[in-house]
Design a protein around this ligand. Structure first.
Ligand code: ADP
Length: 179
């Protein structure tokens, strides 16, 4: 089949990423994407080579609880190529966020690769909002792991409340019991 002839909807976008965990930066892109497109799917990419903090199912549940206010947003996991996932949904737009110059370099390479694999799919970038450009999932994990007693105070600057609850549950399970 010639994939370039497949009709994909430019009104349906897929925001792909690892979301391990979802941050306020991700949430900001979802909120703005939900206004731009008729349908937005948050696509959680499963990379068997990585060992994430949250399981795919935990990430689905966490993100579903956060996107409840947006009726046109749904959440799904995928393995393999993002372009294959978009085709399976009939979605014609991949949505990504940009924070820094480093992001631009990495995203540019990724976009060219995706264009070679799926020329019928366009990638749309949203610049991070003011106050979100320093937020990353790895920063969130560092703050949660090194933070004193998983206090809400520093974490609420980086993640939605639902994610603080999930982080607490996950990290309390992992902490060694004091002798
Ligand atoms: P990946 O593992 O593919 O980098 P991430 O979950 O870290 O996935 O990010 C998914 C997308 O969201 C990427 O395009 C990334 O640049 C973007 N992103 C991540 N954090 C932010 C943020 N704070 N503000 C805006 N975009 C962001």
């Amino acid at each position: 089949m010639d994939s370039t002839n497949t009709r994909l909807s430019t009104r349906h976008a897929v925001y792909t990423g690892s979301f391990d965990p979802l941050s306020l930066g991700h949430f900001d892109i979802i909120r703005r994407g939900a206004r731009m497109f008729d349908q937005l799917t948050v696509g959680i990419g499963i990379n068997p080579g990585k060992s994430p903090l949250f399981t795919p199912q935990e990430r689905v549940e966490m993100i579903e609880s956060v996107v409840k206010p947006f009726p046109n947003v749904n959440v799904a996991c995928f393995e393999g190529l993002a372009v294959t996932f978009l085709r399976s949904l009939g979605a014609g737009v991949m949505l990504r966020g940009l924070r820094t110059l480093t992001d631009i370099e990495a995203e540019f390479t990724m976009t060219l690769a995706n264009r070679a694999l799926g020329p019928e799919i366009e990638t749309v970038f949203l610049m991070a909002s003011e106050g979100c450009s320093h937020i990353s999932s790895s920063l969130v994990k560092q703050v949660a792991l090194l933070g004193e007693g998983l206090a809400t105070e520093p974490l609420e600057k980086f993640v939605p409340p639902e994610v603080i609850t999930a982080l607490r549950a996950k990290l309390l399970l992992r902490r060694p019991v004091a002798q």
